[in-house]
Design a binder for this molecule. Structure first.
Ligand code: NI
Length: 177
C-alpha cells in the first residue's frame, strides 16, 4: 500500500473523461493494489470520496467512505467504504439543494454547489456484479461530485455565484453558521 499524490486543479488529467473499467480488471491484483492505495490516500488526506483520476489513474472507479454522525457536514448518514466501477447516475427528483463543497484536488477552497438531492446510482461492485444505490440529500451530492471527476468535471464548474467560491479558512470564520 502507498499513499499516492493527489493531483490538483490545473493538471490536465483532471479534465479528461476516464476509461471504462473492463470486467477482467475487477478483482485483479492491479485493481486490489489500486484500491488499497486509493483507500489509504483518502484516509490520509481526510476526505469522503476519491476518484481514480485524482491520483492520475484514468479509470472510471471511485471510492466513498462517509463516517456517520456529526461532522463538518452536519448530522449525516454513514456510508462504509464503497467502491464504484463504471457508475451511472439517474436523477429521481430534480429538486436541488446546496452544500459548501470541497475537493482534495482543489485544496484550501470551498464552493457552494446546488445539485439534485435524490438519485439512483447504478454501478459494478467489487465482485463484478451490477448493483444499485438510492441516495438522498448530502450523500446524493457526494456521489455526483465524485463521479463528475470521471468525466473531467470539478465542483467549481457548477458554482453559479462566484461570490460563493471562498478560501476554507475564511469560510470557517465567516460562512459556516
Ligand atoms: Ni473532488
Amino acid at each position: 500500500m502507498a499513499i499516492r499524490k493527489i493531483i490538483r486543479m490545473g493538471h490536465p488529467s483532471l479534465r479528461i473523461s476516464a476509461n471504462n473499467v473492463a470486467g477482467d480488471f475487477i478483482g485483479s491484483k492491479t485493481m486490489q493494489r489500486l484500491l488499497l492505495d486509493m483507500t489509504e490516500t483518502l484516509r490520509d488526506y481526510g476526505g469522503v470520496g476519491l476518484a481514480a483520476p485524482q491520483i492520475d489513474e484514468p479509470l472510471r472507479m471511485a471510492i466513498i467512505e462517509v463516517p456517520g454522525g456529526l461532522s463538518r457536514y452536519g448530522d449525516i448518514e454513514a456510508i462504509p467504504l464503497t467502491v464504484f466501477f463504471n457508475p451511472n447516475i439517474e436523477i429521481l427528483n430534480p429538486d436541488v439543494a446546496g452544500y459548501w463543497e470541497g475537493c482534495l484536488s482543489v485544496p484550501g477552497l470551498r464552493g457552494y454547489v446546488e445539485r439534485p438531492q435524490h438519485v439512483l446510482v447504478s454501478y459494478t461492485n467489487l465482485t463484478g456484479d451490477p448493483e444499485e444505490l438510492e441516495l438522498k440529500g448530502f450523500l446524493a451530492s457526494v456521489v455526483q461530485h465524485e463521479f463528475d471527476h470521471l468525466d473531467g468535471r470539478l465542483y467549481i464548474d457548477h458554482i453559479k455565484d462566484t461570490k460563493k467560491l471562498v478560501f476554507e479558512e475564511e469560510w470557517l470564520k465567516f460562512e459556516r453558521q
